[in-house]
Structures are given as C-alpha cells and as structure tokens.
Design a binder for this molecule. Structure first.
Ligand SMILES: [Zn+2]
Length: 142
C-alpha cells in the first residue's frame, strides 16, 4: 500500500487556509503546514488553529520565503530563527521540521539546520494552476 503525506506551504493564507482546515478535519486527515513567517504574523489566528489540532504538524518555511542557498549563512540562520520565534510566540510550540523554500538545500544550509528538512517527491504545482483535476492527475501517477 502506498502512503502519502500532505504538506501545505507558504501559509497561512486568509482565503484558502480555512477551507483546507475544514476539509482535513472533516476527513481526519493528518497534514503538515510549512509556515511562512510573514504570513503567520498577518494571520496568527489561522496558525493557532493549525497548531492546536493534533492532526497537524508545523514546519518552519523561513520568514521571507528566501532561497537559503542564495543568502549568507548568517541571513539563513536568522530566517529560521525569526520564524521559530514568530511561531513560538503565536502557538507556544516549536516547529518540528524545516521546509527550505524551493527545496533548495546545500551543505552550508544543512550545517545550521537543527531539525529534519522535509522536501517533496511530487509537486502538484497547484500554486500555479489552482486546478483540482490537474492535482488529481499528478498524484494518480504515483
Ligand atoms: Zn514556499
């Protein structure tokens, strides 16, 4: 039997996150939310709702959504640290994984990551087309 993990990047988003939460809760479906720090500050109530449910895992997706391989070591560390602080202030919880934006990772980035990095095996590109049929098509080839 094949297994999948659902992960949602870049939120919370005011328009879409409530719908995603509603459907995941309806089907009791576990998922991980990879949090963009700036968005968490804009929509703290949505992050609180994600973090409060044991179905969901919270990950750090940097504060400004930067490609960690294209910034200095110091800036990369600060991106993760600031996002940790934002998430901890809002939820009281420490994000358990890191999702490097764009899946970009190298030895230098790995040198300061203190938690597992979660990358993906399939990108449905839903962020580009917003088409559920294309998402289904992408995952049916698994
Ligand atoms: Zn992202």
């Amino acid at each position: 039997m094949k297994k999948i993990s659902l992960t949602f990047d870049d939120g919370p988003w005011q328009e879409t996150t409530p719908h995603v939460l509603e459907v995941l809760k309806k089907y009791n479906a576990p998922a991980a939310f990879m949090i963009w720090g700036e968005h968490a500050e804009k929509y703290p109530e949505l992050l609180k709702e994600e973090a409060a449910d044991p179905l969901f895992t919270i990950g750090n997706h940097t504060y400004h959504h930067v490609d960690l391989t294209k910034v200095s070591l110091e800036k990369g560390k600060n991106e993760l640290k600031k996002t940790d602080q934002v998430i901890e202030t809002i939820t009281g919880k420490h994000p358990v994984v890191i999702r490097p934006p764009y899946g970009s990772i190298n030895k230098e980035v790995l040198s300061y990551m203190d938690r597992p990095a979660v990358i993906w095996s399939i990108d449905t590109k839903s962020w580009d087309h917003h088409d559920k049929d294309k998402v289904l098509e992408a995952v049916q080839d698994l």
